[in-house]
Design a protein around this ligand. Sequence first.
Ligand code: NDP
Length: 439
Amino acid sequence: MEGVKRRNPHQPEFVQAVQEVAEDIFEFIQDKEQYHAQQILRRIAEPDRVVSFRVCWEDDNGNIRVQRGWRVQNNNAIGPYKGGIRFHPSVTESVLKFLAFEQTFKNALTGLPMGGGKGGSNFNPKGKSVREIMRFCQSFMTELYRHIGADVDVPAGDIGVGGREIGYMFGQYKRITNNFTGVLTGKGLEWGGSLIRTEATGYGAVYFLANMLATKGEDLNGKTAVISGSGNVATHAAEKIVQLGGKVLTLSDSGGFIHDPDGITQEKIDWVKTHKTHRRGRIEEYVDAFPGATFHAGKTPWGVPCDVALPCATQNELLGEDAKVLVANGCKAVSEGANMPTDLDGVHVFKAAKLLYAPGKASNAGGVAVSGLEMSQNSERRAWKEEELQQMLKDIMMGIHQSCLTYGDQGGGYVDYVKGANIAGFKKVADAMLAFGVV
Ligand code: NDP
């Protein structure tokens, strides 16, 4: 870890992600000479490559704007690089390296042939016109296209990148290369997209949660849930909780959180989806539409007592102190919809309390899993039915849960899901790397 810190100065998120995995892996590889001799841990913590590029675009007032873009191709031992693109002012090389590192293990856990990558830009889509977003996406792809391909690297959406942005980027890729191929996932249904891709991450996180509760003979019926975020993952997680009989109490955005003691019903979730996605509104306006709810500016929702919690906004949004509050309030299970939303202190609190705690790399893998299924459908040039895909998503989430049990069962009824996910994901990638020799 000293070496990782020295080689990656000023990259705290990346170091944090490596540390979290290494804590579990050190013990697992202790007596396995092949991993030591081949320096697997050292090699796995070094991205295959990091591409950094300039993205120039013109705003509506004719000003030239300059952003930085990246694609981190972390590891392609088990398949083409695969991972989303994020547009947010907080994006840095460190953030994308951490996400690409996590993605590698997550993708391995799905059982599908996908390596790990991630990309993005510090471009802030908030307040930009649709035309500005289109011009930015086109400029971004004008550089990115030379680094990606259906068998090379297949990006998807992430924070700030939804179906519209994927459409603009795919359009530009097709224009430059004259190639209609499955080079991006999260595409529109009319042009190669897959059913349930939009819902898959949030739904998958709830399926994983249900699998964890089932190990204690419980289910989601009648349980109260606290959710952060109000984007793609958060709203679909809320939707699935409601479908399974639970009551959702909160949603949030970077301005604060809303608390609705009456429960956030499907009708209210639909309002949030339209409000945040199409009207680009703020979550605080929820309280005008639904009196009875309260808005808490600048706060996160972890103080609201609940049975289950789903952090679905962004990294490091649930800190050690928040974790202590959740435990003290009797929270039974935490399923991460976002990537690394819980900081290392928080992870240690959940582990010490022996809570049912699922790290994002296991619980939010449903999105990339359906992206993998989108790639298969593109290769086959056909579209599978919704029921088939729903079943496949459920089966994949159950398979990931099973892998976590295999490597994370600590006896006495406690499963360390972080350890289970880290070891299962690591083993698959590491064994493939061993097969390739020193490359
Ligand atoms: P969206 O852009 O749809 O939504 C992101 C949500 O998080 C918004 O409500 C946003 O609020 C909030 N948010 C973003 N940054 C912050 C911040 N610094 N503090 C507080 N709230 C913040 O993104 P997604 O729902 O797609 O992604 C959410 C998380 O899930 C990310 O960690 C992503 O990597 C992860 N994920 C997503 C997958 C997918 O399929 N989409 C797959 C796997 C993981 P605001 O509107 O104020 O910005």
